[in-house]
Design a protein around this ligand. Structure first.
Ligand code: PLP
Length: 634
């Protein structure tokens, strides 16, 4: 486990048990061994054809852990409660979950349910997100906030006002100056008194990748000039009392509490100025940005890591707001945050299978091949060969490698010119492999082919180079013998993972088919990917999302219960996304088969079998069905 730094990034939820498998401690602590959930047992159970109502789910698989979600939510709440209590802060914390991080119905419903005791709400940034937030919050705490961010048109604003009519505690956050005219007009028209927030464009700038939305030139929010203009407009319309919230967001993955305090302090000054200008201020919403320490280094010096934990974050926020409010003698506001990444990252694990790996180099050089090789070589290549041979006699390893490389290059040139046959080229390759093997050159990094689409399941790796911990979920009691990179199923050279935590360009991996496997299978897990990955994933090569299971801790003999199991989208489903009509396609292909195959096979039975096989292709997932335990490709 030290090799993969599991204790650094995985604590307190993930660890390795005595069998060498990764286990989950859903509540962060365990008192009894059976409270640990073994990920491999989940994979075995849900992929067994006799299990999950006879479904036998296909991988890749997302294992969702609602108990972890609950623990994250409660930990965030306790961190703020402790900071509030210990600093004598005179109001409370009331967070919202930004649904864009993971809009899955069960994730959002769980958050509303688990957060109801402490008024936890939702944030929406588009009309469909608002619709889902409205409907989920009907079952939530009536005081929970529903924060409406993002660009808005008249329909969005009408919907948000309707939400207020439905007694949902909705706040419309003005991001663009023009939105305020719509809010004034529509609310009068609908006779609803809105609650309005302002999103301020702060001067504090977060310099990481995720900070591009911050600073004076950031994409969102109101400048100080605009804020003053809109305050006047609200005042003129008799609606300044509707302005009750100040919101800002300086970007995701805020690296340090120093930057956080700087931003929160600046926002608290704006908040206090709005109080002075006569607004009915009640809430300061500090946005998202509470980061995840993906590599467990606590260094805070890249988008991969932050240098604080939940408690330090909450204490810094409370401190910065209290300091400003006390100096200005204003009432402490309710503190709201929009933490997404920090709430959902840990709760899901993506599990996928390595199907094959490039074979280790096994030099196939035969001494009898020498005259055969020499025969085809040009003068020039032959000279390089003799240099190689001399260097070998003198045991000059580095020089040997240099000449072997040159020899290969010359031979490839000859092959391209058509003066060297394929057998001779293969023999030269064999000779060069033998040279590296004999002089002990390090084993090259192998490529493990994984039954996954990176574009669908780990889109941030491909798009912004975000690195997630990836670890085999079993065999961790065996020392991995090789190093490898991961290559996915898509026909795209970007579909590979060759950067790992710790700045590594390859991952320690086990040989496929080893004893510790499950029928020789080799499963890997991608951790901390519960935020954004599902929401952003695409359909490159028409690979859809993974199967999903929801697993809760239970007191039964298995320590877990699968409370929901959903196969990933079928080939038909993903075709439909691109406007194809699988039913029509099936009919077209069936008629074609009747037209062309009847003469071949004659019988109705053969046609039925063909139709069944076609139907199955539409019905099955696009991922490979791995039948043999594993294979090696040269
Ligand atoms: N709130 C707003 C306005 C955002 O733009 C974002 C995401 O960038 C968030 C909240 C969530 O941020 P995080 O996932 O860093 O908590």
């Amino acid at each position: 486990s030290a090799l993969y730094r599991i204790d650094d990034w995985g604590a307190p939820y993930f660890s390795v048990n005595n069998s060498g498998n990764i286990t989950v401690r859903p509540y962060g602590t365990v008192t009894l061994a059976h409270q640990e959930i073994d990920l491999l047992k989940i994979v075995k159970k849900v992929s067994d054809p006799k299990s999950v109502g006879g479904l036998g789910l296909q991988l890749p698989l997302i294992v969702r852990l609602p108990d972890v979600l609950k623990n994250r939510l409660e930990s965030l709440q306790s961190a703020f409660e402790l900071a509030i209590q210990s600093q004598g802060y005179e109001s409370h914390y009331q967070g919202v979950y930004p649904v864009k991080c993971n809009q899955d119905r069960f994730v959002v419903e769980d958050i509303v349910k688990f957060g109801a005791p402490f008024r936890f709400g939702l944030e929406a940034g588009s009309k469909p997100e608002l619709l889902l937030a409205m409907s989920c919050l009907c079952k939530g705490n009536p005081d929970a906030l529903l924060v409406c961010n993002g660009f808005k048109d008249a329909e969005f604003i009408s919907l948000a006002l309707l939400a207020r009519k439905l007694a949902l505690n909705t706040v419309i956050v003005v991001e663009q100056e023009e939105e305020v005219n719509l809010i004034i007009d529509i609310s009068k028209h609908l006779s609803v008194r809105p609650v309005i927030g302002f999103r301020a464009k702060l001067r504090t700038k977060h310099s990481g990748h995720f900070g591009s939305t911050s600073g004076e030139k950031g994409k969102f929010g109101l400048t100080t000039t605009q804020i003053l203009r809109i305050v006047k407009k609200l005042q003129d319309s008799g609606m300044l009392d509707c302005l009750q919230m100040l919101h800002f967001h300086i970007g995701s993955q805020i690296p340090s509490t120093a930057l956080l305090q700087d931003g929160v302090g600046e926002a608290a000054q704006i908040y206090s100025e709005l109080v002075r200008l006569g607004a009915n201020m009640k809430v300061i919403d500090i946005g998202g940005g509470l980061g995840i320490d993906y590599d467990g280094s606590k260094s805070g010096n890249s988008d991969l890591s932050v240098s604080y934990g939940l408690q330090e974050y909450a204490s810094a926020v409370v401190n910065a707001i209290r300091f400003v409010c006390d100096r200005k003698s204003i009432k402490h506001p309710i503190i709201c945050s929009e933490s997404g990444r920090a709430i959902v990252s840990h709760h899901s694990v993506l599990i996928f299978e390595a199907m094959s790996a490039t074979a280790p180099t096994t030099p196939s050089m035969n001494q009898n091949n020498l005259p055969f090789i020499m025969d085809g070589l040009s003068e020039d290549a032959r000279a390089v060969y003799w240099n190689l041979s001399d260097a070998a006699m003198r045991h000059e390893n580095e020089t040997c490698l240099l000449y072997a490389d040159q020899l290969k290059q010359r031979c490839v040139e000859q092959f391209k010119e058509g003066t060297l046959g394929i057998e001779q080229l293969a023999a030269v390759d064999g000779l060069c492999d033998l040279v590296s093997k004999v002089i002990g050159a390090s084993e090259p990094v192998r490529t493990y082919h994984v039954n996954l689409s990176i574009f669908t399941s780990i889109p941030d790796f491909w798009s912004i180079g975000q690195i997630f911990p990836i670890v085999p979920i079993h065999r961790l009691d065996e020392r991995p013998e090789v190093r490898g990179v991961l290559s996915d199923l898509t026909c795209d050279s970007d579909g590979k993972i060759d950067k790992f935590i710790g700045g590594e360009a390859s991952l320690p991996l086990h040989e496929l088919g080893g004893n510790g496997g499950v029928n020789g299978r080799y499963y890997l897990g991608m951790f901390l990917g519960g935020a954004y990955q599902e929401a952003l994933g695409g359909h490159h090569n028409l690979f859809g999302g993974p199967s999903v299971v929801r697993v809760s801790q239970s007191d039964g003999p298995h320590s877990f219960a699968v409370t929901r199991a959903v196969p990933g989208p079928s080939c038909g489903d993903v075709l439909r996304v691109m406007q194809h009509e699988p039913e029509l396609m099936f009919e077209t292909l069936k008629h074609r088969a009747e037209e062309f195959c009847v003469q071949d096979h004659g019988s109705d039975g053969a046609n039925d079998a063909l139709a069944t096989s076609l139907a199955r292709s539409f019905h099955n997932m696009p991922y490979l069905v791995v039948t043999s335990s594993c294979s090696l490709t040269a």
